[in-house]
Design a binder for this molecule. Sequence first.
Ligand SMILES: [Zn+2]
Length: 364
Amino acid sequence: MFKNWLSPLLSALCVLAAFDLWANESHTIPPEQRGAVILQYHHVSDTGPRSTSVTPAEFRQQMQYLKDNGFTVIQLSALVDAIRQQTPLANKSVVITFDDGYQDIAANAHPILAEFGFPYTLFVAIEPIEKGYRNMMDWATLAALAKEGAEIANHSYGHEYLVRMSAGETATQWLARVSDNIERTEATILAHTGQSHKTLAYPYGEYNADLQEWLAQQGYIALGQQSGAAGWSSGLTALPRFPVAGPYADMSSLSVKMHSLNMPVEQQNIHDPLLKDGQWRPQLQITLDMTDIHRHQMMCFIQGQGAKAPQWISENSFTIQAELDLPPGRSRYNCTAPSKATGRYYWFSQAWVRPRDDGSWPTH
Ligand SMILES: [Zn+2]
């Protein structure tokens, strides 16, 4: 009798204790183990356009910095797994990515990365390779890099502006065209390299909610070009990256970004970066876990309009809104705040893209 009622009670207590332990463990994973910083490069070259290039000397210095300062360079897929399962990563984890597949990456970046033993991902578009443009890698080079451990991933077929509908195109026709583009690219990469990561870097960093929904349904991961640290609070179809080139190659500002933390966003009101119907001043509302943040230290910036104080509407929610119309093309809202515990910066960015008033698009 005694044993009969004690036994279920004991097992219930055990379950409760185990749950409590699990809950505590999950809660005590520090913010610096909840994500990683993704770096986005284009050219590693002395002669490439400065706005999209770092020199081989700068690149080596940056890799040396990562090595000397306790960073762990991980595969993109390791970060994705950690976000999916909400599991911890090494403190100061970094992912290295290159867009477009320029020949100078194979010639200049790959040997340095091999020397440091750092993994990386290359996002390639198919058309420039097939057309044999002189400064792009060919399939033989890409296959050789793939064999040595490089991840080769999807950057669309012809580097298109994916969210921009063609004149006279319906939403259904648009999605059919864009999804076909992405699937053909994925199949071509698989045929030439044996790899299919189902990971897309949006050309120009442009995306919209409809495309994100299709990608998520198909099991794709996608990366933008809005800045910020990726992590547990990131959507897997809009992972942020820090561009490293030109003025952004400077080691002092880059080190702040390399140390940045995933903003603990719990909720946000707008999920579609594609602006419509004259709504050119989107009001973004963000709800945060404020455990490690002083609200007076939250700073926001609107691209082209400068600093903008966040408007706090509750203990843990604020809004941010442009005072002037965002221009046709791409824009960003950025918000940062230092961690109370470590001083490292939580860094969040929301991308926007809008057509002209007549529905046409600027060519940038
Ligand atoms: Zn690109």
